[in-house]
Ligand binder design. Structure first.
Ligand code: S3P
Length: 182
């Protein structure tokens, strides 16, 4: 990838459970650049999990921190950046992602995400009686925002992470420095 004089940043957006972290990490490895997960950056800064921070400080405080971190990371070194599923809610984040990165929307239907996340306890917004109904609401509200923010939309319903990463590389015309992992 290019040097930091001309940083190349690829960002992944999409619903929780759409594979942003898994796919982003493998994409970074294949193209030979750093992988950054904005949720992990936040957890390191606050010294607590996202779920704890949400419960203690509330969602607006979380979104303020998320906005500051995304502003910073989208001006930093070349990387593949995985963002939290709600990052597109703030207009500033949408603008920064659009202007400073090549953004890929990993598109998954709420039912598909539900199948992957039904036992997950780390995501505060899904700790409700009916997580599928919540995912459908999130999808309805956010799908237009993901599309507004993204330069490319990729369907996640593929047989493997490796084939999904290959599809993204083809779409973005990216060159591999490592062969796919099984
Ligand atoms: C959120 C998604 C989470 C995390 C936080 C809020 C959301 O990230 O940022 O719990 O609003 O959808 P993932 O998309 O990685 O789960």
């Amino acid at each position: 990838m290019n040097s930091n004089s001309n940083p190349q940043r690829i960002a992944c957006v999409g619903l929780p459970g759409s594979g942003k972290t898994t796919v982003g990490r493998q994409l970074a490895r294949r193209i030979g650049c750093r992988f950054i997960d904005s949720d992990h950056v936040m957890e390191n800064r606050i010294g607590a999990s996202i779920r704890e921070f949400f419960e203690r400080e509330g969602e607006p405080a979380f979104r303020d921190l998320e906005e500051a971190v995304i502003d910073e990371l989208t001006q930093g070194e070349s990387c593949v950046l995985s963002t939290g599923g709600g990052a597109v809610l703030r207009p500033a984040n949408r603008q920064h992602l659009l202007a400073r990165t090549t953004t890929v929307y990993l598109h998954s239907a709420p039912e598909e995400v539900f199948r992957r996340l039904r036992h997950d306890q780390s995501r505060p917004l899904l700790q409700v009686a009916d997580p599928l109904a919540r995912l459908k609401e999130l999808y309805a509200a956010r799908d237009p925002l993901y599309r507004e923010t993204a330069h490319h939309v990729i369907e996640t319903g593929r047989p493997s992470v490796a084939s999904l990463v290959s599809a993204i590389m083809l779409e973005l015309k990216l060159e591999a420095c490592e062969p796919p992992r099984p």
